[in-house]
Design a protein around this ligand. Structure first.
Ligand code: NAP
Length: 285
């Protein structure tokens, strides 16, 4: 029988935890800023652990969704103090393939399985349980925990060995950078021509250039609103990972580099915690 713990209750983790709870899997939650966990724990009626170590002692499947590579490794190190052998750790954060391999190696010393299972679909996908999940690691471990993952994702694809889930997510992030550049540039062009933005977004969304980002972020960005969704600072972190991976295999990623530099400008201008659609701000200013 599964007992599941969730660590990291940010923009993504909140929705994931709620879906795990609705499916009857969730036993315990932990968040570094404890108040967030206490509020959610009350709402969901699950135990609020005061540390990753406490959580690891109470469950046999641990889902993570924290920010960066160093955060994943910090949490994994903490888990090793109390984690039960034959448990499974599923990391849904976006980090490098190298970090996924490090985490798997650390946990393997404790007889614990690890899957890198980054996701795409935004906070909306996390809320509705309709994420796309790209998984690296053992296929038989994935088979075992698939029912848990199905409470959060509608498309779950096993890619290959440990780290391949994160490599796939890097592909997604490179594509996301290009889509952000294309949509924000096109909408800035539309605005400069005094076109009716709502109608523009409506009609283009129904044609060959229509896409998720335009549909979900278009209207807000043209109003200068970039509410928390996917933070500029987090995509910036991902693009640096992509550039490093590109360098390793000698492939040029000019759009990725330009987007990372644009995000650096946005972060310097105070937009680091805004949604990545804040790129529009650079195009219209
Ligand atoms: P977020 O809202 O900034 O939340 C980050 C979470 O990680 C918070 O709960 C934070 O705790 C926790 N955390 C950070 N460092 C930690 C540490 N050292 N130890 C313990 N907990 C730590 O970010 P998010 O948007 O949910 O994204 C989380 C991950 O999913 C990132 O890797 C991101 O790239 C990826 N992702 C995001 C999206 C999206 O659209 N937002 C989509 C797909 C994937 P505190 O509350 O204490 O800060």
């Amino acid at each position: 029988m599964f007992t599941v713990g969730m660590i990291g209750l940010g923009a993504m983790g909140q929705g994931m935890a709620k879906n795990l709870a609705n499916a009857g899997f969730l036993t315990a939650i932990y968040n570094r800023t404890i108040e967030k966990a206490q509020t959610l724990g009350q709402e969901l009626g699950v135990h609020v652990a005061l540390s990753p170590e406490e959580l690891a002692g109470q469950v046999n499947v641990i889902c993570l969704c924290v920010s960066r590579d160093e955060d994943v490794l910090e949490v994994v190190h903490a888990l090793t103090k109390t984690i039960q052998p034959n448990s499974v750790v599923i990391d849904m954060s976006t980090v490098s393939s190298h970090t996924a391999k490090q985490a798997a190696a650390i946990l393997a010393c404790h007889n614990v399985d690890f899957l890198d299972a980054p996701v795409s679909g935004g906070v909306e996908g996390a809320k509705t349980g309709k994420l796309a999940m790209m998984v690296g690691g053992s296929e038989s471990v994935l088979k075992k925990v698939r029912p848990i993952l199905e409470s959060m994702a509608t498309r779950i694809v096993h890619i290959g060995e440990t780290g391949s889930g994160q490599a796939t997510k890097a592909v997604n992030q490179i594509m996301g950078a290009g889509i952000n550049q294309a949509v924000t540039e096109a909408l800035a062009f539309a605005k400069a021509q005094n076109l009716p933005m709502e109608k523009i977004i409506d009609v283009i969304s129904g044609g060959a250039s229509g896409n998720w980002f335009l549909q979900h972020r278009g209207l807000n960005m043209t109003k200068g609103n970039y509410p928390a969704g996917f933070k500029v600072a987090l995509h910036h972190k991902d693009l640096a990972i992509c550039e490093q991976m590109g360098e390793n295999v000698k492939i040029a990623l000019p759009l990725t580099t330009q987007t990372r530099l644009d995000y650096e400008q946005l972060m310097a201008d105070g937009f680091g915690d805004c949604d990545i659609s804040a790129l529009y701000h650079l195009k219209v200013k």
